[in-house]
Design a protein around this ligand. Structure first.
Ligand code: 5AD
Length: 339
């Protein structure tokens, strides 16, 4: 019955409405299993079953924004700040290549102060190491996005976080409209584009989450994610409950079924919410896992999600892929084989 409903959706994605999405978003037990099964079927049909592994380097924890969920917010003066040197980033990218991973994901706070380093490292990682460069560096100018593309970056991730402009403004102290404008600029730059939401933000309703899915469908990105909210110490939201794993997994499955082809990460925050969370994400239709290559001393002060966040190793990524009964994508087969 649920599958029939989904099939109707797939034929007419533009006409989807919040009440259409609600029963899928809240599915539990058998209907939820049906939803995940359908998501896996769609992933197989569009040839997206093989899992993409990315290597992330967290280049800097300086940030000009002040999002209430993030401990790297500008006004958090308890945090020791760092920016990696160009030569260190290049060395880490070499390590990623050596591990057999062909995608270097450079993530950092929103800070034009990083541009000098980025101008040095992107062309080297792209042209000399021959790796794909994916960026996640926040809201920047139209010219900067174009510059990143011309330097050699292939993709950029900027999550919309929530589709609700009032909630967005309350939690990030900035305008959703600006975020959506940046999304347009990224697309115009020539880079591929990724986006996504946070599930379980304080004050977020189920209707709002259904609207996030509709916004994701409307944007039609190359990658899309759903991540549970993680209460982060030394933030104004530290005492709120974490986001629901079921709502996050259902969001992943619905996005896979409707948008079909995008890369969908099974994020590390899922593993923080429950053990085997990333395997569950793959079982719900995701097909990307990001392995962390930030040196340990900097990892410890990159306070994304939480101070005690789950840090993904190659072994953990491969185990999650194996537990989900999947394989890594062919171009990554030189990854260390599981014992
Ligand atoms: N909970 C969930 N997601 C978070 N992010 C940052 N902090 C949190 C948190 N506490 C996500 C945001 C941001 C991305 C880089 O990390 O979606 O865009």
């Amino acid at each position: 019955m649920l599958v029939k409903m989904i099939e109707k959706f797939q034929k007419n994605a533009e006409s989807l409405s919040v009440p259409d999405i609600m029963p899928l978003l809240t599915a539990k037990g058998h209907p939820q299993e049906e939803l995940f099964e359908k998501a896996r079927k769609v992933r197989r049909e569009v040839n997206q079953d093989d899992v993409v592994i990315r290597g992330v380097i967290e280049i800097s924890n300086y940030c000009r924004k002040n999002c209430d969920y993030c401990a790297m917010r500008a006004t958090n003066n308890k945090l020791v700040r760092y920016t990696l040197e160009a030569q260190d980033i290049i060395g880490l990218a070499g390590k990623i290549k050596k591990a057999g991973i062909n995608i270097v994901f450079l993530q950092g706070g929103q800070n034009p102060g990083n541009d000098n380093v980025l101008g040095q490292v992107i062309p080297i990682i792209r042209n000399e190491l021959g790796l794909d460069v994916v960026l996640c560096l926040g809201e920047r100018t139209k010219e900067t996005y174009k510059k990143f593309f011309l330097l050699g970056a292939s993709s950029y991730i900027l999550k919309f976080e929530t589709s609700d402009p009032i909630l967005y403004n309350r939690i990030t102290h900035s305008q959703l409209e600006k975020r959506l404008q940046c999304i347009e600029w990224i697309r115009e730059s020539g880079m591929k584009f990724g986006t996504g939401n946070i599930v379980g933000l304080p004050g977020q309703s189920l209707e709002s989450l259904a609207n996030d899915i509709l916004l994701g469908v409307r944007i039609n990105p190359d990658f899309i994610s759903a991540s549970p909210f993680i209460p982060n110490s030394s933030t104004p939201l530290q005492n709120y409950p974490k986001g629901s794993a079921d709502l996050t997994l259902n969001t992943i499955a619905i996005l896979r079924i409707i948008i079909k082809t995008p890369l969908i990460p099974s994020v590390s925050a899922l593993e923080s919410v429950f053990s085997e969370g990333q395997t569950a994400g793959l079982n719900a239709g995701a097909n990307v896992i990001t392995v962390n290559f930030t040196p340990k001393n900097f990892q410890d002060i990159y306070w994304i999600y939480s101070k005690k966040r789950f840090v993904v190793s190659i072994d953990h990524a491969l185990r999650s892929v194996e537990h989900a009964g999947l394989q890594v994508r062919k171009r990554f087969t030189n990854l260390r084989v599981l014992k």
